[in-house]
Design a protein around this ligand. Structure first.
Ligand code: AMP
Ligand code: ZN
Length: 432
């Protein structure tokens, strides 16, 4: 049973009818209330009544991150400020943030989406959940908080950081579920082992991880180190935060809350829709939000969709885990490289742990990729010769599989800075 069988298991035809009605409502809503959209739609010569089917969404103009920046802070807000009850901001640290205003009803919708998400991850009343997502402007903390509260779990809002205290509380409270970024989960697991308090020996049984890209290899590592089931959850500030898409017990992709979000996958170069199953950039339209609904927002996140029947019984379309972002893609001497690709190649090397940093810099006229990755203790115990052998093994593996030349620097255990939130994996030192 899902949290909300009516919508999560709705037959496709019925869902699409619902979506079209909500889409039209939202298009009218923004045309009437947001000058930015009124102008854009007038220029494109489009009205809500021109939307005869969902496919007609392709006639509507895109919204991009810069539109949100240009209209900072509330230019895209479609309601008067006295109807706004919460304002979040994006986690980005450079320049002005992206603002996310909510009406009271928007907050209820968000809690509903998060409850579906956490219910699918097996959370129930009686669970003690430690919420180690950053609590504050970032949508992660409060988003998870509201969803777990709606289910009736006992929520411990630790926020991120103070890792030793997290571990102490986890043990003392008998925490059964953990919410945080996957990189912070690994930081917690490692620290707990150092403290002689392995998480495996605690009652923790499930983790709901997201807010940053992670691979199946990283999932395996977390599950194995913590002795838990690790579930993936996806969302973004612009669309209201986490809870947009979530994994069910089948763990074959993330179900998208389609009654709230219309999803398209486009070719990021031609902007044409790609066929089901093909990779492309995800474009999202919020069709029920009222404070700041976005029409055809280009997420820059790359994924695929499937409508194949899911074993769990939900009919909601599924997206694959995000494999990269168009703006995270590094172009190194003309070769397109995603950090996630390098992560999965590193995971195939037994002598390393999955803590790494990619540094790209100019060496004369060429780009140079330096991969700093932590080696296991036994490699360093065996001496410099062994370290050099492992470094060569890694660079040959990456060259062989990805055709990419890289300088590998093996770093001693714990030599790289640990993440408490979203991990920093890339430093691009090339002149812009
Ligand atoms: P923010 O708005 O700061 O929360 O960042 C949202 C972005 O984080 C998304 O556009 C994705 O790039 C990334 N993200 C969030 N959840 C996931 C996830 N489960 N897997 C991969 N990337 C994610
Ligand atoms: Zn499912």
């Amino acid at each position: 049973m899902a949290w909300n069988d009516e919508f999560e298991c709705m037959p496709l035809e019925q869902m699409q009818k619902f979506q079209l009605a909500k889409l039209k409502e939202t298009v009218n809503w923004v045309i009437e209330r947001v000058p930015f959209y009124r102008k854009k739609f007038a220029e494109a010569g489009i009205k809500a009544d021109d939307l005869k089917s969902l496919a007609d969404i392709s006639k509507l103009p895109f919204t991009v991150k810069n539109d949100l920046r240009d209209n900072y802070p509330f230019g895209l807000c479609a309601v008067p400020m006295n109807e706004v009850v919460r304002i979040h901001c994006s986690s980005g640290t450079t320049g002005k943030p992206i603002t996310g205003p909510y009406t009271a009803d928007d907050l209820d919708q968000w809690a509903e989406c998060m409850a579906r998400d956490l219910w699918a991850a097996s959370l129930r009343k009686g669970d003690i959940v430690q919420n180690a997502y950053g609590m504050g402007l970032f949508t992660g903390g409060l988003g998870f908080h509201q969803g777990a509260s709606k289910i009736g779990c006992a929520v411990v809002p630790t926020s991120s950081g103070m890792t030793e205290r997290q571990i102490m509380l986890m043990k003392d409270f008998g925490t059964t579920a953990l919410f945080c970024t996957p990189s912070y989960a690994l930081t917690i697991a490692e620290r707990a082992e150092e403290m002689g308090m392995p998480i495996k020996e605690m009652p923790l049984r499930v983790g709901c991880f997201g807010a940053e890209p992670w691979s199946e290899a990283m999932r395996d590592e977390i599950e194995q180190k913590m002795g838990i089931t690790a579930m993936n959850t996806y969302g973004l500030t612009e669309l209201g935060g986490p809870g947009m898409a979530f994994e069910c017990e089948a763990r074959k992709g993330l179900h998208i809350n389609e009654d709230h979000f219309l999803v398209e996958i486009i070719d990021p170069v031609t902007f044409e829709p790609v066929a089901e199953g093909q990779r492309g950039e995800m474009v999202l339209t919020s069709i029920q939000r009222r404070a700041m609904p976005l029409i055809r927002f280009r997420t820059k996140d790359i994924t695929t969709l499937t409508r194949e029947r899911c074993a769990c019984g939900r009919t909601l379309v599924r997206m694959d885990r995000i494999t990269g972002r168009t703006d995270d893609m590094l172009i190194i001497n003309g070769v397109n490289v995603f950090p996630s690709q390098i992560e999965s190649l590193l995971s195939e090397i037994d002598e390393v742990v999955l803590q790494y940093l990619l540094i790209v810099r100019k060496k004369r006229h060429l780009d140079e990729l330096v991969i700093r990755v932590e080696g296991k203790k036994e490699v360093f115990d065996a001496g410099a010769g062994r370290v050099a052998v492992v470094e060569r093994k890694i660079s040959e593996h990456i060259k062989g599989v990805a055709g990419l030349g890289a300088t590998v620097e093996l770093v001693e255990p714990k030599g790289l800075k640990r993440s408490e939130g979203k991990a920093v994996r890339v430093v691009d030192e090339r002149p812009k």
